[in-house]
Structures are given as structure tokens and as C-alpha cells.
Design a protein around this ligand. Structure first.
Ligand SMILES: Nc1ncnc2c1ncn2[C@@H]1O[C@H](COP(=O)(O)OP(=O)(O)OP(=O)(O)O)[C@@H](O)[C@H]1O
Ligand SMILES: [Mg+2]
Length: 475
């Protein structure tokens, strides 16, 4: 926002479904190299998987916060191993919503940034040696593909699900459930091990993949089913492709790669559909960010599915959003204009014109016929609007002695909504303008504009010049 002063340090927090992280940079570092962003290295001192931490929280039996990320996982595993975890609360893979009050961050210092935008900013500033494409990334038009964990059939966790399904096909759902319930620590170790191997998958390697899994998985199966896992595999389609002895599972490379297949083809199909759409068709540059963009199989699939496209992938694709958010914090004015995603307006009640309005919208106020629920358009969908460049309008009270004026702000995907009650219209919120105590009809000047990442509505009452402002997130 414009009133946010130049900062000495900017920190960004990225809450993802599976992984979360934070990063920061000082003004002087930013000035020498804007892409020089520090992540917290204490956070990844343990099992070095990534600079982000798993999105999980451990709470004490009384509900108080205990730990976050790898710490939470480690502590929960330790508790489970001693069978002391029963009363503790462990949450993982949830999409967090950052509430500034709860986070203890002063609202005037907090800016919500939009993920694809920050990722783009970061990539635009990277030198070509840190990008996997020929030359610098300075294309005018490109598509940002944020491949994270969530997104149903398109998320990286879809691969984890396929792995689970494979285990279930071998040992059966009841055995797997029993193992998960009785061996919480073991289950988490299994997921971690898969995550490590998942990140190492390569298109061209044919050596077998070995996973070290909890012995309890093997023991639980043999106890329940009275046969060895080796015998179980003989009866599945995995015969000859998996060797599972005690705590080692060895998989054919091809079989391991197959776990990614559905997810990857869903993503490429979806992109192919998008690239057929008008307005998107001419896009020839694809910018891949998000953790799953680091997956070599995924990268290859994009390159082969879209051979004519220029595919740009930053070196640490999973951190692009986070690093870009730090850059955005230093210079929010990087975004100079935006294309309105919706038509934005405010409800008004103009004099009733029987030629224009249906009878059921007629109301009588102070002896005059008025039309209720009319959508007064401020910004039209598709319009390019410079940030902080306001669209203005005047609103007049319809009754004398009004104590306040209620401006309800609406958004609609239609170009010319007539009434705010149309099914496509959604109320974003309202601005309450307090009015001075007089019998006169009062005028209120309204300004609607885009900030860096929010819609701002400013209302000023004319006589007292008192201002009322509201912000609406684009998220
Ligand atoms: N090198 C890699 N190879 C394969 N998969 C990877 C790699 N690195 C990360 N992933 C996968 O990417 C996903 C995490 O990506 P990211 O951190 O961008 O998601 P997120 O921010 O948690 O999720 P979202 O943005 O959807 O809320 C996980 O499914 C993880 O297993
Ligand atoms: Mg993310």
C-alpha cells in the first residue's frame, strides 16, 4: 500500500498445504541484489529436504501450541514411540489462512501478496544461469503454472496417494489401517521416506528404487494374514516388479515412475485445455513454479507436451513464491496496473424510471418512488486500471436525517450487471459512512481503486470531509 513506508527489512510467510516457509531480506541486500533472499537455515538443520517446513502443528494435551514443522513431526514421532501421544493433537496438511490479528502482525505492516505475481517478479529478476531456459525471462506474455501440493487431481499429493494405494493393493486396506493406527511414528517415517525418494525420481535412470520402510508394516501383515509379504506380492500385478524383504522395498524404476503418471497427465491435459482458450492461445512462454515443478518427470512432460513453448523454470521453483514475496514487500509499486477480474460496483436507489426498471423493484422513500438494488458500476471486468488511480462517483442520501450511509460493494463477472441481486453478483463487504447530524441530504464522494493486492473503497462525506476506507482482498 502506498502509505507503507520504505522498510529496513521485509519478511514473507508462505503457508502452503504441505510445506510452509519464511524468508527475509534487508534493504541494503535488496539494493545490491534483489534476488538475495535469506531463508531460515536453523529450520532445515535436521533432515535436509527443503528450505520449507512441513505444514504441521503439534499441540499439547491442554490444546496449547507446542511446535511446528519438522520439530512437530520429530516430537510427535518420539511421543508415539513411547506410546505417550494419545492426548496430544497433531495436525498436518491443512491450508492455513493468515489472520493478521491472530498472527500478531500489525495490519498496517502486513500485505497479502498474490502467489503467481510474486513468483513472476522473482523470476524476472533472476539471471539466466538461475533459470532453465535459454536467455533471460523477459517475455511480455506468459503463463504462470504454480504446481504445489493441493489442487485435487493436479497436486503433488496425488502422487503420495498413488503410493498409498500401491501399498494397500499389496497388504490390504485393513492391514494398512491397523499399521497406521498402531504405529503412528512408523506411518510418518513411511511418508517421509517416500517424500525423499519422490524428489529423487529421474526420467532416465533404470536402477531400482529402494525405500526403507518400518519393519512393523511387514510384521503387521504377517501377523494378520499368516503369510509373507513376498507371497502376497506374487498375487498382485506387482509380481516381479517389487521385492519387499523386511524393512526394504525395492521397486522397478518404471513402476516408481508410474506413480507420477496420472497426476502428470492430468496437469498436461488441463494446460492443453487452457492453452486452447481465446486470449490464452498466443501464450508461448510457460513459467513453472511451486515444489512439484522441481520434479524432473513433470518438467519433461511439460517440455514434450508443448514442444513449441519456451519453458522457464527457476532453480528453486518451490521457493519462487516466497522469495518473490520478499521482493514485492520492498517494492510493492512493481505492479503498476491490473486487469479487473470482475465488474465492481455499489448498490444505489435512483429515482424510479418505469421505462427502465421492473415494478417489483419500486420502493417509496420519503414520498418519492425509487428503484432499489441498482448496481452502480465503478470498474468493468477486463478493464485495465492503474493502481491507485481511482474511479470516482457521488452518492446522495435519500432520506433527510440519515445517520449513516451504507455502501455495499459488489463484484460480478458480467460486464453490465443491472441489479446487485442478480445471481452472479456477490457482496464483498461494506463501507459505513457516518453522517453529520443535519436535516439536509448529504453527499458522499466515493473513490474505488486497486491497491497492489486489494480493492480499496474510500468514501468522503462532503461537509465534514471525514473519510471512511475499506479494503477487499482479491484472494
Ligand atoms: N523435487 C521434487 N520432486 C518431486 N516433487 C516435489 C519436489 N519438491 C517438492 N515436491 C512436491 O511438491 C509439493 C509441494 O510443493 P509446494 O511446497 O509448492 O506446495 P505447497 O505450497 O505446500 O502447496 P499449495 O501451494 O498447493 O498449498 C509436494 O507434493 C512435494 O512432494
Ligand atoms: Mg504454495
Amino acid at each position: 500500500m502506498s502509505n507503507k513506508k520504505e522498510k529496513i527489512v521485509v519478511a514473507a510467510i508462505d503457508f502452503g498445504t504441505t510445506y510452509s516457509g519464511y524468508a527475509f531480506s534487508f534493504k541494503h541486500d535488496y539494493e545490491t541484489d534483489p534476488t538475495k533472499v535469506s531463508a531460515n537455515h536453523v529450520w532445515n538443520s535436521g533432515s535436509l529436504l527443503s528450505l520449507k517446513q512441513p505444514t504441521c502443528v503439534l499441540c499439547k494435551p491442554d490444546g496449547q501450541f507446542d511446535s511446528f514443522g519438522y520439530d512437530a513431526e520429530d516430537r510427535y514421532i518420539a511421543l508415539a514411540e513411547e506410546n505417550n501421544h494419545g492426548k496430544w493433537y497433531f495436525f498436518r496438511r491443512f491450508k492455513m489462512v493468515l489472520h493478521e490479528k491472530q498472527a500478531g502482525i500489525d495490519g498496517s505492516l502486513l500485505t497479502i501478496a498474490l502467489e503467481p505475481e510474486t513468483a513472476s517478479m522473482y523470476c524476472q529478476l533472476l539471471s539466466s544461469d538461475k533459470l532453465s531456459s535459454m536467455g533471460k525471462f523477459d517475455d511480455k506474455k506468459y503463463m504462470v503454472i504454480d504446481l504445489g501440493a493441493s489442487g485435487g487431481a493436479w497436486g503433488g499429493t496425488k502422487v503420495d496417494e498413488e503410493f498409498n494405494q500401491m501399498i494397500i493393493k499389496i497388504i490390504g486396506a485393513p492391514t494398512f489401517k491397523k499399521f497406521c493406527d498402531q504405529h503412528k511414528a512408523g506411518h510418518m517415517e513411511l511418508l517421509r521416506e517416500f517424500e525423499i525418494k519422490k524428489r529423487k525420481v529421474r526420467t532416465d535412470k533404470n536402477e531400482k528404487i529402494t525405500l526403507t520402510v518400518p519393519l512393523a508394516l511387514n510384521d503387521t501383515y504377517e501377523k494378520i494374514c499368516n503369510e509373507t509379504i513376498k507371497d502376497a506380492i506374487e498375487q498382485t500385478p506387482y509380481k516381479g516388479k517389487i521385492v519387499w524383504i523386511k524393512d526394504k522395498i525395492r521397486l522397478d524404476a518404471e513402476l516408481f515412475r508410474n506413480l507420477f503418471q496420472n497426476c502428470i497427465s492430468n496437469i498436461t491435459k488441463h494446460l492443453a485445455d487452457l492453452l486452447e482458450k481465446p486470449g490464452v492461445k498466443e501464450t508461448s512462454t510457460l513459467l513453472m513454479v511451486g515444489g512439484f515443478s522441481e520434479c524432473q518427470l513433470m518438467q519433461e512432460a511439460i517440455r514434450t507436451s508443448f514442444p513449441k513453448a519456451k519453458v522457464v523454470i527457476p532453480k528453486e521453483a518451490g521457493l519462487a513464491v516466497l522469495n518473490g514475496a520478499v521482493i514485492f514487500g520492498h517494492t510493492p509499486q512493481i505492479i503498476t496496473s491490473r486487469i479487473a477480474k470482475y465488474t465492481y460496483g455499489i448498490n444505489i436507489s435512483p429515482p424510479f424510471d418505469p421505462a427502465r426498471y421492473p415494478q417489483d423493484k419500486k420502493v417509496s422513500v420519503g414520498g418519492y418512488d425509487r428503484c432499489k438494488d441498482v448496481f452502480k458500476k465503478y470498474i468493468e471486468v477486463g478493464e485495465s486500471v492503474k493502481t491507485h488511480e481511482g474511479r470516482t462517483g457521488k452518492h446522495v442520501t435519500i432520506k433527510s436525517n440519515q445517520k449513516e450511509m451504507l455502501l455495499k460493494v459488489y463484484a460480478s463477472p458480467d460486464k453490465n450487471p443491472m441489479f446487485v441481486t442478480e445471481p452472479n453478483c456477490e457482496m464483498l463487504g461494506k463501507v459505513v459512512v457516518k453522517l453529520p447530524d443535519t436535516a439536509e441530504n448529504m453527499r458522499v464522494d466515493v473513490k474505488m481503486m486497486f491497491g497492489e493486492t486489494e480493492l480499496m473503497v474510500e468514501a468522503e462525506e462532503e461537509t465534514m470531509k471525514s473519510k471512511f476506507v475499506a479494503y477487499f482482498d482479491f484472494l
